[in-house]
Unconditional design. Sequence first.
Length: 323
Amino acid sequence: VLLRMHSVGICGSDVHYWQHGRIGDFVVKDPMVLGHEASGTVIKVGSGVTHLRPGDRVAIEPGVPREMDEFCKTGRYNLSPTIFFCATPPDDGNLCRYYKHSANYCYKLPDNVTFEEGALIEPLSVGIHACKRAGVTLGSKVFVSGSGPIGLVNVIIAKMMGAAAVVVTDLSASRLQKAKEVGADFTIQVKNETPQEVASKVEGALGCMPDITVECTGVQTCIQAGIYATRSGGTLVLVGLGPEMVTVPIVNAAVREVDIRGIFRYCNTWPVAIALLASKRINVKPLVTHRFPLEKALEAFETTRRGEGVKVMLKCDPTDQNP
């Protein structure tokens, strides 16, 4: 389908490519369009497309498998090594006025879900995938490390999935305030505590060690704190990406049977997210703190780079006045 883009969120990875030209093995070698958190309006469909028509408002899933390999067959298409992914070199993203995408990865938005909410489904999907991998369920006690956009969506989804208590840590008081706003039960502002001290504070806040830790920073000391904090037999999910080599107390995790799981993006999350947004079971609107027209993209990227606000949203359609 051909789309007229509407709302595109700026992600930390977009800023990282812009500033450093690479993330791990993904290196920018040629000019690349950024943006992968997006929604827009269908203006043209291919001959084989039956579920969409011009005028439909859609949210875009940025990862599209190129072949039906073993990972696609088992439903874990996000692990397919040849997957196309918006704004991951060499694939162009969708921070532009017009964009072409696979119709199977464009999801129609109900009338009561805004374009902005549609664009937020991408970060929200990270929370859905992480909390599913973590096994969050009724009564879970959850520790979310980091209160950036990904930490916040994990708070929202953990609560939605039945977590009884969620504690969040961060360096920033304003970000922790936002965590409270989206449903965190406890917040801890960390300064220069040791990982063991952070773990102890988490236990103090919850009244017990958390069953589940969702680590959203990728910072070595935070991963260490995540291992120390998680109760024996619990699960630590690593969401944040830091350096390739990290020193962690792996024996502590091993002898206490703490399961350490990774996640890579998400899969099969758009229908779930749309259902949650349409039913008003979750509210992601507080996440958007800044809005810029596409012409002011540089200003928007600078705002994100400086860590101001939470989610910065770019509006690509100059004719549309709705948020």
